[in-house]
Design a protein around this ligand. Structure first.
Ligand SMILES: [Fe+2]
Ligand SMILES: [Fe+2]
Length: 240
């Protein structure tokens, strides 16, 4: 990641090397369960959080880049699916709008983070744009069940992906707490946001299954191909 100028957040968790003297205040330890809410206020006896290590910064750069690419794809899939799907099945309009709106919110969230921390988007942004649009259009053309199977497959992979990120960040939180150090509002806020987004993706998965995703034909082939594509896209976007 390239060097960036100092800016208002006191603790730039993505570029600790340039903000070693400016950190957010600390916050109290969270309860021990791995999925516990991160702390949100400052304990009197906690020391400020240390800057992230280079490997932690690299992890977050990579994770946020993948997340932005994934949310771009989600927005484009629904954008391509919705006209066909809603025309054939008008009763799906509220559900499709609800899921689209949530994806648009996720995309905006990661766009803001990438811009704020000057993380470059994946170099394959144009490729994912085309692929996601084609996937959305193609599955909608195959029918309602295939469109829902697409959502089920994508959200299965993406939900697991977000879950892994939450797990890593909560491990950092736990280690900070063990050392009596605060977590910082920015890292704590990111954990909270990732958990909320993960839960919304899993809600989409449930909606898809409730709307006959498993009736798609050929269900196994379709979902395995899409899930494999998601894993490949994540792997590549983490690197380029
Ligand atoms: Fe999303
Ligand atoms: Fe989603």
């Amino acid at each position: 990641m390239t060097a960036r100028p100092t800016y208002s957040p006191l603790f730039d968790f993505l570029a600790p090397s340039i903000v070693t003297s400016r950190r957010l205040h600390t916050s109290p330890p969270s309860p021990p369960p791995i999925d516990a809410s991160p702390p949100t206020s400052t304990p009197k006896n906690a020391s400020p959080p240390p800057p992230l290590t280079p490997s932690q910064s690299a992890f977050l750069d990579s994770a946020l880049r993948v997340n932005q690419a994934g949310e771009l794809a989600a927005v484009l899939i629904y954008s391509a699916q919705n006209p066909l799907l809603i025309k054939s099945h008008p009763h799906l309009r509220p559900l499709m709008k609800h899921m689209y709106d949530q994806e648009a919110g996720h995309f905006a969230f990661f766009n803001t983070l990438l811009a704020k921390h000057r993380i470059r988007p994946t170099a394959l942004y144009p490729v994912w744009t085309l692929a996601a649009t084609a996937l959305g259009w193609g599955t909608a053309f195959m029918g309602r069940e295939a469109a829902m199977a697409c959502t089920e497959a994508v959200e299965t992979e993406i939900g697991g992906h977000y879950n892994e990120q939450v797990r890593v960040l909560l491990d950092w939180v736990e280690k900070l707490e063990e050392r009596g150090e605060g977590v910082g509002e920015e890292l704590g806020g990111l954990v909270e946001a990732l958990r909320r987004i993960r839960d919304e993706e899993l809600e989409h998965l449930d909606h898809a299954v409730e709307n006959d995703a498993k009736e798609a034909r050929p269900y196994e082939l379709l979902t395995e191909v899409i899930r494999g594509g998601c894993r490949g896209a994540i792997w590549v976007s983490e690197r380029v």
